[in-house]
Ligand binder design. Structure first.
Ligand code: SAH
Ligand code: MG
Length: 213
């Protein structure tokens, strides 16, 4: 599989977020393959946070001469809020006292020199999916991890994946002792059970499915 360049990789690894190195590398390889197979179609990421996974996907977009849209309202998921497990005080905006990951994300894109191929969509995922008119070569879902947000993301984004395109899902845990079940129960399973997708890659909690009809 194709590998990300060392400079971009260093930026990804230095960026806050939740994408382990081996899964990021797998994501990069799968995204490159998708762009080769579906030239001209964009990629979409749901759940930007500080841009860690975005570096792998954006670098793939750059090398394959396409674009990546990355969707996030930038105010964090439930588990990113104060009092929860994944709260990071340094990402709180001192003016509003609310979480805001947009400034850090912009910094990450500048460091990785990906500003010309990564298009941020600062919005609710559902709104963005309703308005998104293009078919997608590679769609990576890593947004809200509860029941409702995962159901909304599956309903909104899976139909936009082009035929022979790819749907990648993060934080898919078969065993509930390893993590929350919503991405598994409300994205991964329904996609396979629909008969429209088959699994082509698994790395850590990353699953990549290919649309076959
Ligand atoms: N992909 C990132 C991690 C994403 S964390 C990485 O690899 O590091 C999940 C992100 O989804 C958070 O930044 C949160 O703000 C965003 N999110 C959660 N629910 C959302 C929704 N309904 N609409 C838009 N973004 C959402
Ligand atoms: Mg994740």
């Amino acid at each position: 599989m194709k590998r990300i360049d060392a400079a971009s990789k260093a930026v990804a690894l230095a960026t806050k977020g939740f994408m382990p190195e081996a899964e990021g590398d797998a994501l990069y390889g799968a995204a490159c393959l998708a762009c080769d197979e579906l030239p001209g179609l964009p990629m979409v990421e749901v759940g930007t946070y500080c841009g860690r996974s975005t570096v792998w996907l954006g670098a793939a977009a750059k090398s394959k001469k396409t674009v990546l849209f990355t969707v996030d309202h930038h105010s964090g998921s439930e588990e990113n809020q104060q009092g929860w497990e994944w709260f990071d005080e340094s990402l709180v905006d001192s003016q509003t006292n609310r979480l805001n990951t947009l400034p850090t994300f912009i910094q990450t894109m500048n460091q990785a020199q990906l500003g010309d191929v990564v298009v941020p969509i600062v919005a609710e995922s559902q709104l963005a999916s309703y308005q998104f008119a293009s078919e997608i070569a590679f769609c990576f879902i890593d947004g809200g991890h509860g029941k409702v947000p995962t159901q909304i993301d599956y309903a909104g984004w899976a139909p936009k994946v082009a035929k022979s395109g790819y749907l990648a899902i993060h934080d898919v845990f078969i065993d509930s002792r390893d993590g929350g079940q919503a991405p598994h129960d409300f994205i991964y399973r329904p996609a396979l059970d629909s008969g429209k997708f088959i699994e082509v890659l698994s790395a850590g909690s990353l699953r990549v499915l290919k649309r076959n009809n």
